[in-house]
Design a protein around this ligand. Structure first.
Ligand code: NDP
Ligand code: MG
Length: 385
């Protein structure tokens, strides 16, 4: 039996993780979970899984749940303290981190220090502080297992291979909601249009990131840290069908790829069962004959400037990826709130990066400060308009 703690249980990845756990009760037990504000869903999880520890965002929701489930053998917490408590919950051997944004960084670092293996969906954590996370993983000797489908694909393609033989990684990109539009046609697009992803059903923030191609940028930085490769060896390829989830090319020109239907439960479950595999309940098999063709195209950095900003930030290193990530989180939040246009997102990120003086080898305090300052800057820039 594998005991699991789960951050972000009510989100898109969180719910699919729950589904994997539900489908394999003989393998997995959910002992601790966190959510944000969706306490209706938390109630159903409590009834179904009887977790020992539950954390929510606000004290008010925490008190409500305590009132309702106080008779059960359960602990209720809230806020940052609750997230950390779930992340380091003693009985769990693996933490699935499926929260959104750099709020996942502190809990992840603490879980690693507490000796937990990490199944990581929360890519912002690696983008904002990859060096701290990877150092902590090395020190603690724990496993960091990718949940992001591209990184799971690369991880799978690398099984039995040696990293010194890698020529390059090829991360595939579907192109997101606006892939068939020119830049001129992006003027005036609505939040609803941006949220309409052609291949994957995901949370709001990552769906916007996919439309701006920032998601691919974050994934390039994520791959840099996970697979310890320079940016020159990480490429992005447009592939609209999302059948090939990513590839590894070796020095002898051989290419290994992982293919499948777009179903996040596959990488989630693989991270939980690695190096083993389990049947995927309710799976839809990949039938290549359904696709008479697969399409591939070179990435156009002028069409998708956010991808260029991400490569730039990654290569500059230090605190620049923190700025990229925080500016993007803040800008996407105001876009989703209907306060700025879609193209403003990339403009704000560029402005934040231009104003930042890179600090090399930042510690956790510096990263948190830069993260906060950047969010503040975005709001100041908006007020000035
Ligand atoms: P969602 O927005 O669907 O879910 C986010 C989760 O985090 C929810 O449980 C939410 O709670 C919780 N949450 C949000 N803010 C806070 C906070 N301040 N404190 C505590 N909890 C909070 O996101 P996704 O599931 O789409 O994405 C999660 C992560 O996985 C992201 O990093 C994303 O980039 C990555 N990822 C997602 C993929 C996908 O298919 N969705 C694919 C690959 C990677 P509540 O809803 O209760 O308020
Ligand atoms: Mg991905």
């Amino acid at each position: 039996m594998k005991y699991i703690s789960l951050l972000g249980a009510t989100g898109s990845i969180g719910q699919q993780t729950i589904d994997v756990v539900r489908n394999h009760p003989e393998q997995f037990s959910l002992v601790a979970l966190s959510a944000g504000r969706n306490i209706d869903l938390v109630r159903t999880y409590i009834n179904e899984f009887k977790p020992e520890l539950v954390s929510v965002h606000t004290k008010e929701d925490c008190d409500t749940l305590k009132g309702e489930f106080g008779h059960e053998q359960m602990t209720f917490m809230y806020g940052e303290e609750g997230l950390v408590a779930v992340a380091i919950y003693e009985k769990a051997s693996i933490l699935v981190n499926a929260v959104i944004g750099s709020v996942g960084l502190g809990p992840t670092l603490q879980a690693i220090e507490a000796g937990k293996d990490i199944a990581l969906a929360n890519k912002e954590t690696l983008v904002t502080a990859g060096h701290l996370v990877m150092n902590a993983v090395k020190q603690a000797g724990v496993q960091l297992l990718p949940v992001d489908s591209e990184h799971s694909a690369i991880f799978q393609a690398l099984q039995g291979e040696q990293e010194k033989n890698i020529e390059r990684l090829v991360i595939t990109a579907s192109g997101g909601s606006f892939r068939d539009r020119t830049r001129e046609q992006l003027v005036g697009v609505t939040v609803e249009e941006a949220l309409n992803h052609p291949n994957w059903s995901m949370g709001a923030k990552i769906t916007i990131d996919s439309a701006s191609m920032m998601n691919k940028g974050l994934e390039v930085i994520e791959a840099h840290w996970l697979f310890d490769l320079p940016y020159e060896q990480i490429d992005v390829l447009l592939h609209r069908e999302s059948v090939i989830h990513s590839m590894v090319e070796f020095h002898d020109s051989s290419v290994m790829a992982q293919l499948g239907t777009p179903d996040m439960r596959v990488p989630i479950q693989y991270a939980l069962t690695y190096p083993d595999r389990l049947p995927l309940v309710g799976r839809k098999r990949l039938n290549l004959a359904d696709f008479s063709k697969l399409h591939f195209a070179e990435m156009d950095f002028d069409r998708y400037p956010c991808l260029r900003y991400a490569y730039d930030a990654g290569k500059m290193g230090g605190t620049m990826p923190t700025v990229l990530n925080a500016a993007n989180e803040a800008a996407v939040a105001v876009f989703l709130a209907g306060q700025i246009s879609f193209l403003d997102i990339e403009m704000l990120i560029e402005q934040a990066m231009n104003r930042h003086q890179v600090i090399a080898h930042p510690d956790l305090t510096t990263i948190r400060e830069v993260d906060q300052e950047t969010r503040q800057l975005i709001h100041t820039l908006l007020k000035k308009r």
